[in-house]
Design a protein around this ligand. Structure first.
Ligand code: SF4
Length: 249
């Protein structure tokens, strides 16, 4: 989302957006020190639950909620079958535990039914599918959107090159004109992924996502982006507009 004081970035044609995305990628990767080590070593089912916990929650809080859930109910079967209040209590460190607890249990039930197993299956079979099919399989579960499916595939031990777009990544991409001003986080996934070279491996896709996210956290803030010290100001219509406006004022 753009801050209210500057005009939204204008749309530019696909080839220009692609070139800009790659140039910005190179600059941000250099700025923040790519390649970035993968932060997670979770299996895909654990990563899926972790991603569900992380929605609109700070990393430290969702990590605490995940740890307590695992300590209280050590198997996903136990989480699925526990009283919902027990799951809700275990994950109370994250936002909206009253919504996330029943959602997580419903997701675990759905996966168990699809796999036809007593315990929810591990989801390792997703590695055998083409990426769009693996994403579609996950996103056909109620409560699983494109960010969660991509996080499950990329961050888990599967290391499949699917790209999540979080709020920082989305804001930076929008200000740079890589997506239109009205494109939401969900639809942004396909549009931004289309700008990446098709042969990129998981590390490259991960670096792209992390570099945009770090930029949103460390420079391109929501309400007062630090455009004057931004390494991609020359590529950013939104930032250039702000700089011009501050000279006029
Ligand atoms: S110039 Fe940089 S900090 Fe400013 S809006 Fe653009 S990307 Fe964000």
């Amino acid at each position: 989302m753009n801050s209210p004081s500057a005009a939204p970035a204008p749309a530019i044609e696909f080839a220009a957006r692609q070139a800009r995305a790659l140039l910005v990628h190179a600059r941000l990767c250099a700025e923040y020190g790519a390649p970035f080590p993968f932060f997670s070593t979770k299996d895909p089912l654990s990563e899926l639950v972790s991603a569900l916990l992380s929605h609109r929650t700070k990393n430290a809080e969702s990590h605490r909620a995940y740890q307590e859930l695992r300590a209280t109910l050590p198997t996903w079967e136990a989480v699925r079958d526990a009283p919902t209040e027990a799951v809700q209590y275990a994950i109370r460190a994250c936002t909206w535990p009253e919504q996330k607890a029943p959602r997580i249990q419903a997701v675990l039930r759905e996966i168990s039914q699809r796999c036809g197993t007593d315990a929810p299956c591990a989801l390792d079979f997703l590695a055998e599918m083409p990426i769009p099919e693996a994403r579609a399989w996950l996103e056909s579960i109620s409560g699983v959107g494109p960010k969660t499916s991509a996080a499950t595939l990329l961050f888990s031990t599967l290391r499949i090159p699917a790209m999540p777009v979080d709020s920082h990544h989305h804001r930076v991409a929008q200000r740079l004109g890589l997506i239109g001003p009205k494109v939401g986080e969900g639809p942004a996934h396909k549009l931004l992924e289309a700008l990446l070279p098709p042969g990129w491996d998981a590390q490259q896709v991960y670096d792209h996502h992390e570099a945009f996210m770090f930029h949103g956290q460390k420079c391109c803030y929501f309400s007062a982006p630090a455009c004057a010290r931004c390494v991609v100001l020359d590529q950013c219509p939104f930032g250039q507009g702000r700089m011009q406006a501050s000279k006029v004022a």
